[in-house]
Write a protein of this length. Structure first.
Length: 339
């Protein structure tokens, strides 16, 4: 018998990786927004058509790419963000896996236009099924414009699995809001089928929250501040009387990255003890800054779960900071007859 193991061709490996990174149009939005943020963009515009199924376009005014980098950006494990394994413990960027563009280019028609500030002429590359279809010099504003067309055109099973336009748009809006909340200083817009859904000017945390969730949110926000050696906490919790019947507005950001944490959620709920009606959920927008060395983000390709070195300390700090804020702002326990 001859040997039977072979290395997979790149386009096959990319397509497999894409299965993990890209579940739906919203995953593409997340990856592209994160790339724009890592490129120090101050203004990011998102345009989608048909819930992102036919077009997702992200335009930024970031640092752009050289001709060679533009071509390299579609290679798998090609990244400008880390060089050594040790760099994983001091991450300041959203990306580091060097997989997103390679994955997206394996399962969609992709067009990249990019120019660095110091260059007069930019680069335009078209990709299809991991192959370069064309590459030429082009006139384009400083920054990067990435267009992703016909997502999953070559994976019918995935394409058919996509939900209705309403559901997919909801996922996109959720992802967009998470990134916009994590970066209030950056201006964002989102346009769907020529309707402008969001136009968010650069602002602070409080303004960004009210720009997204409406002016009435402002009076419901109770500020939370704490700074210990382990963590710096900022942001807001919603007053208990505005708690919702469903978990909607619950956001944790760790080092400006949206994360899900049932454990920390529990800390918030514990701080609200005695203040909430049964089956209601407090709103919160909590920003935690920790030493990048004390967390591990590399647990899952989508990076929404992270591991903390000292989860118990974080829990205690968060809970006491919120209790303190609720007390300070005279949010008294509900009287029995109100229940
Ligand atoms: P990662 O973000 O993990 O590095 P990606 O596949 O998302 O991997 O991107 C590959 C590389 O392409 C990035 O490291 C970056 O150098 C470059 N790049 C991607 N998007 C942009 C952008 N919007 N502006 C400038 N450079 C970008
Ligand atoms: Mg990336």
């Amino acid at each position: 018998m001859s040997d039977i193991i072979q290395l997979l061709p790149d386009h096959v490996a990319n397509q497999i990786a894409a299965g993990e990174v890209v579940q739906r149009p919203a995953s593409v939005i997340k990856e592209l927004l994160e790339n724009s943020i890592d490129a120090h963009a101050t203004r990011i515009q998102v345009v989608i058509k048909d819930a992102g199924k036919t077009l997702i376009q992200v335009v930024d005014d970031g640092v752009g790419m050289s001709v060679t980098d533009a071509r390299m950006s579609f290679e798998r494990h090609a990244t400008s963000k880390i060089k050594l394994a040790d760099d994983l413990f001091s991450l300041k960027t959203k990306g580091f896996r060097g997989e997103a563009l390679a994955s997206i280019a394996a399962i969609a028609h992709v067009e990249l236009k990019t120019r660095r500030a110091e260059e007069e002429i930019g680069t335009c590359i078209k990709m299809e099924g991991s192959q370069v279809v064309s590459q030429e010099a082009c006139v384009t504003p400083k920054g990067t414009c990435l267009s992703v067309k016909n997502l999953f055109y070559n994976i019918p099973a995935r394409r058919n699995f996509l939900k209705s336009d309403n559901v997919e748009t909801r996922h996109i809006i959720d992802e967009f809001q998470r990134v916009a909340l994590a970066h209030p200083d950056i201006s964002f817009s989102l346009t769907h089928n020529n309707n402008e859904l969001f136009q968010l000017p650069p602002s602070n945390q409080r303004q960004r929250i009210t720009n997204i969730f409406g002016g009435k949110t402002n009076e419901k926000l109770v500020p939370v501040e704490e700074d210990t050696g382990i963590v710096k906490v900022s942001g807001f919790v919603g007053k208990p009387e505005f708690a919702k019947k469903s978990r909607g507005e619950q956001f944790f950001f760790v080092n400006n990255r949206f994360i899900k944490s049932p454990y920390l959620n529990h800390a918030v709920v514990a701080a609200f003890e005695g203040l909430l009606k049964d089956k209601s959920y407090p709103s919160y927008f909590l920003y935690l800054d920790v030493d990048p060395k004390s967390i591990d983000i590399n647990i899952h390709p989508t990076k929404t779960e992270i591991k903390f070195d000292d989860e118990h300390a974080l829990y205690a700090i968060l809970k006491s900071a919120i209790k303190h804020s609720l007390g300070q702002f005279n949010v008294a326990p509900m009287l029995d007859f109100e229940r």
